[in-house]
Write a protein that binds this ligand. Structure first.
Ligand code: UPG
Length: 464
């Protein structure tokens, strides 16, 4: 309770990228269901998406502040997912800094009254400046980290070995203390590749670190049963305390199961086409026979690589549902006819969690963004890992070698260490192994076990 008997008030400030916003919306709903008032801060172009996920919760309100005009960014671009190139990520992060003034104005207004003074602000790791705003008003800032605990620890440990890692040949293994499996140089974010100190992410990383250190603590979208062994190393590295509150996506699901009341936030009209298609597959070929193929909300893929994926999926002969983000790629001539009812290509935003929860799904070809990893494993679905950037290579290795709940798509690199296009026969073999092979079977058993643990973790923590 607030000091005057009113419900506690929490301010949540998500970073403007779907992979960062979605888990914080889960957290908002979970808090609202437990009697907390939540105010979410966002910008105009991001408001409709957030409203679509929160408008049914009377305890959640939205505060919209204008996104600054920044020359380097395309006009009207207020979300990382709409950046035309990953090179604009750093300018985008910097573009959020002028939001500080309107944010402080909101905090000031809230602090006029006891009933609206927030007990804390939970803001994304990529909004480090919010800690200084919170300090001004004596409000604790809690960092939200959307990355896994072990991948974060690996990045932190490796940061002190950047020159050493960057000097390695790309195929040489990297062995780090406290990491129970071997990594390759190519698993690391590209920041670790440059031998000098000019990478534009370096100053950002040190800002994030300083802000984490100055914050009250960190909430992480992970769970003890998966990553509890690495929390001490995480807290030691960050010099602050951490709470594992995930998998946040399961909060709604478990609540719905308990209430036995259908599909909650899922927009039935939007999802009906592919859910109906999946229903038919379950009836036709039984459960667990469809592979879901999707590479998150940010990864960029060449049309040449898209073509190889199309041919690989065709050759594998499995049923598939494939989310395509490219606006330019068209399937090879005759491909759609040859694949027929065996495959469904979706070009719009889909309800990924709804798809992964469907009994028809038996595997997930993924770029291994942390949300996708958690979503797949929470639903007991084994992963076919094909990282595309950021910390995804570490997540992929972790899933396949550490957790043993997935396999990896074999990826070759050129002399510079850049990934080469993966040929369709390689994709085909990897898909077949995941769906029908012995290794796939073992990964499936392990994914199911982790799925059960994930549900227990959330049930124990959130449902009282
Ligand atoms: O059509 C779509 C596409 C995506 N999603 C959702 O969007 C999120 C995507 O998140 P994630 O799988 O983590 O991928 P990215 O968007 O690429 O995530 C960024 O943020 C993650 C968390 O910090 C990092 O792990 C990644 O490397 C980084 O690219 C997931 O919840 C998906 O369910 C949908 O619901 N429908």
């Amino acid at each position: 309770m607030g000091s005057n008997g009113s419900p506690p008030h929490v301010v949540i400030f998500p970073f403007m990228a779907q992979g960062h916003t979605l888990p914080l919306l889960d957290l908002s709903r979970a808090l609202a269901c437990r009697g907390t008032r939540v105010t979410i801060i966002t910008t105009p172009a991001n408001a409709p998406f957030i409203l679509s996920k929160t408008s049914t919760h009377p305890a959640i309100s939205l505060h919209v502040i204008p996104f600054p005009n920044v020359e380097e960014l395309p006009e009207g671009c207020e979300n990382v997912n709409h950046l035309p190139s990953p090179d604009l990520f750093v300018p985008f992060i910097n573009a959020t800094k002028p939001l500080r003034q309107p944010f402080e104005h909101i905090l000031k207004e809230m602090c006029y009254s006891d009933s609206t003074t927030p007990i804390c602000v939970i803001s994304d790791m990529f909004l480090p400046w919010t800690v200084d705003s919170c300090c001004l008003f004596d409000i604790p800032r809690i960092v939200f980290s959307g990355m896994g605990v072990l991948p974060t620890v690996i990045v932190g440990n490796a940061s002190s070995h950047v020159p050493c890692i960057s000097s390695l040949h790309h195929s040489e293994p990297v062995n780090l203390p406290s990491v129970p499996f071997s990594l390759n140089k190519t698993d690391f974010p590209d920041l670790f590749w440059c031998a000098d100190d000019k990478h534009p992410m370096l100053p950002i990383l040190s800002e994030l670190q300083q802000a984490e250190y100055n914050s009250w603590g960190i909430v992480v979208n992970s769970f003890e049963e998966l990553e509890g062994d690495h929390v001490d190393a995480f807290e030691y590295q960050k010099e602050t305390r951490a709470w594992l509150v995930g998998p946040l996506l399961l909060h709604d699901q478990i609540k719905q199961d308990l209430m036995n009341s259908g599909s909650g936030n899922v927009d039935q009209k939007q999802t009906s086409q592919y859910i109906e298609w999946l229903d038919q597959k379950t009836e036709g070929v039984g459960p667990g026979n469809v592979i879901y193929v999707a590479f998150g909300s940010q990864s960029y893929m060449t049309d040449l690589q898209m073509e190889e994926i199309a041919l690989g999926l065709e050759m594998a002969g499995e049923q598939f549902i494939w989310v395509v983000r490219s606006k330019t790629w068209v399937p090879p001539v005759g491909w759609e006819e040859r694949v027929g009812e065996r495959g469904l290509v979706m070009r719009d935003w889909v309800d990924q969690r709804g798809i992964l929860a469907h009994p028809a799904i038996g595997g997930f070809l993924t770029h291994c963004g942390w949300n996708s990893v958690l979503e797949g494993l929470s639903m007991g679905v084994p992963l076919l890992a094909w990282p595309k950037g950021a910390e995804q290579g570490l997540n992929a290795r972790y899933v396949a070698m550490g957790l043993k709940a997935g396999l990896m798509v074999p990826q070759e690199h050129d002399a510079k260490g850049d990934p080469m296009p993966v040929q369709h026969n390689v994709i085909c073999d990897a898909v077949k192994e995941l769906m029908r092979g012995d290794q796939g079977k073992k990964a499936r058993e392990r994914a199911r076990e982790l799925g059960r643990k994930a549900r227990q973790a959330v049930g124990k923590r959130w449902i009282i």
